[in-house]
Design a protein around this ligand. Sequence first.
Ligand code: ADP
Ligand code: MG
Length: 752
Amino acid sequence: MYVRGVGPRVATLLEAKGIRTAEDLLYHLPFRYEDRQHPRALDELKAGETASVIGEIRSAGLVRTKRQPIFEIALGQGAFTIKCMWFNGGYLQGRLRVGQTIALFGRIEASRSTRNLKMIQPQFELLPEAGSDDMTRLLEVGRITPVYESLGGAQLASRWQRKVIFQLLEGIRGNVPECLPEAMLERLGFPGREQALAEAHFPPEGTATDALEAAQTAAQRRLIFEELFYLELGLELKRRRGREQRGIAFRTTDAAREAIRAILPFHPTAAQKRALGEIVADMREAHPMRRLLQGDVGSGKTIVALQAMVVAMENGYQTALMAPTEILATQHYLAARKLLGRQKYRIALLTGSVDADAKRVLRRQMEQGEVQLVIGTHALIEENVEFARLGLVVVDEQHRFGVMQRFRLMKKPNEAEPDVLVMTATPIPRTLALTLYGDLDTSVLDDLPPGRTPIATRRMEAERAGEVWEFVRAQVTSGRQAYIVYPVIEGTKDDQQELDFAQDEAGENLPAKTVEVAKPRRGRPATLFTAEKAAAKVAAKAGPKARMELRSATEMFEQLRAGPFSELRVGLLHGRLDADEKEVVMRRFQRGETDVLVATTVVEVGVDVPNATVMVVDHAERFGLAQLHQLRGRVGRGNAKSYCILMTGERVSAEAEQRLEAMVATQNGFELAELDLKMRGPGEFFGTRQAGLPGFRVVNLIRDKELLEVAKQEATCFVSAPDPEVTETERRRVWEHLKQSWQRRYGLMEAG
Ligand code: ADP
Ligand code: MG
């Protein structure tokens, strides 16, 4: 469709921002609104508030200071003025002139020397003068004016967007096709699509700006709902379609029940029983299971998964468990051997470092069904393994893999779809669970095994390290073990950072390796394969100078071994060791042959050594919340009192401060996950975009939590309990719209 004001050149700029169609442009909503109908009076402003004010420029000029030129204006309203300044404001000279009317938006600051208020670096827009064309005046003055994020330089600034979108809306008036059923809109109190779009861009007189800012007007809510509804509808459809495929109806025979019981070394918690019940109920159905098992660190997900695998094996099927790292795969393998030792199953380990001959043998055994349980890393899906009779796949710590990989494990073409159980390392905020895993059914482990005492968590300045080492020695003397974690392998000599689980754009899990992240070259920002490594990222941002001061695993290993821990057995574990070395180090720690393990975040996820009672994280300010929680989860796994000591360097940012405080305040992973999401935003939460998070146009997951629940409910109802008031035409239109939006969003992923 032709849009006035958009030629080929502009179209290219817009496309770079993901705006390809007129519809995209219409869904590019203002990010804030200025009430220019009722502008604030200068004399009622208070320091500390953020406000938009309109006034006349009374004086304007460049003030040269030693450090930089500052452009200053005095904004006047009647007898009152306020000073506004822009650093390095040379570019404003000649642009802002005495006599012009200007709208400003920013924080009101108290002035140190006078009683006057001031604004520093406010956003501004010159208001049209009396002679300007009608439309400009209409859109900018005397109304609630939308302010847009720039779509490319001054040319496509707010003013341009206002005009183009206004004209676009005019042009299609009466012709915007509705995409939600009338009855649904009525029930939810939402306006029609056309009205919603018009009012979200150009709010009618009298709309409360607070409501607009909070995206709480009916118009905005309708558009947000629309986006969420179609997402959830697509996921619901996917979920249902998955369930309609031919799966395996496992039977829970007495033998299976007995086998499940036999492997349990302890009484399951109520939550474990419930989760296993849900999983087994799924497995008994003739359709494939697609289930997510969530639980806090240490809630005992592994044993639940193993029990489910026993059910499958008792039914004569093979099972596979995929872990994100070799260390974890090996650990699961050892655990499975121990728990299932007395059973008749053949268990195998397949990782990248298994040599080629052994792999070949193993592959043949899997193809011929001689191995019942295979545990491995991504090597499992890379080796083109074909199972004779694959019944159940468990994917541990799933988010490391990228969503798309999870079903790639191969079965024979004519066999039924295997069941899939996905486990996450840490709890996921519900909003993300609903969007990212909305096509899965969910089980939650919401309690911890009995006898766990809270982990005492403390912050310590690194200066007091001596006391920490003293404490570690005391714990070791009483028979315990400790971890000491550093953000980098080697700090000062090179620019390498630990990135053991780096993922590339395609979501491939790269083998343990290091990736250079420092030194932004030629002004380009340093890119990380995964933002999950918050520590490395912060280090990269902090620049070379800060990095110089980082204590690193390798150096501290030497220092500690030579000094404070000279009488203890100290081990070193990091991603640059080769797989065999890693395994040896890990096994020694597991067997209690090492007292203190100095490590990087390779021990972050899943490592289970119940005798370890101390987790020291140095440079804790450099780790993300999820990471810290994971690290802390390495202790407190047995019955002994456990400790987590968060040591900090000299410089701790305000955000890091907040993370550390949260760590001390709570041990509830679900709470920490919510906070983490709030602090980092959904994109960063999982680190990578390929984690499958959709790119929303109008939705903000943190803000729109409640609408997400509504949308989820409506989507489920729409599929399962059709509303008699919704006409056939409306339903058809919904499916048609879903197809379009889903295709645009997810490209290849087809809709129903
Ligand atoms: P996560 O959910 O973090 O993967 P794990 O499955 O590794 O947790 O379990 C943590 C620890 O708790 C393990 O040592 C496991 O053997 C133990 N455990 C699990 N369930 C129970 C239970 N019901 N009673 C006692 N200990 C348990
Ligand atoms: Mg686990």
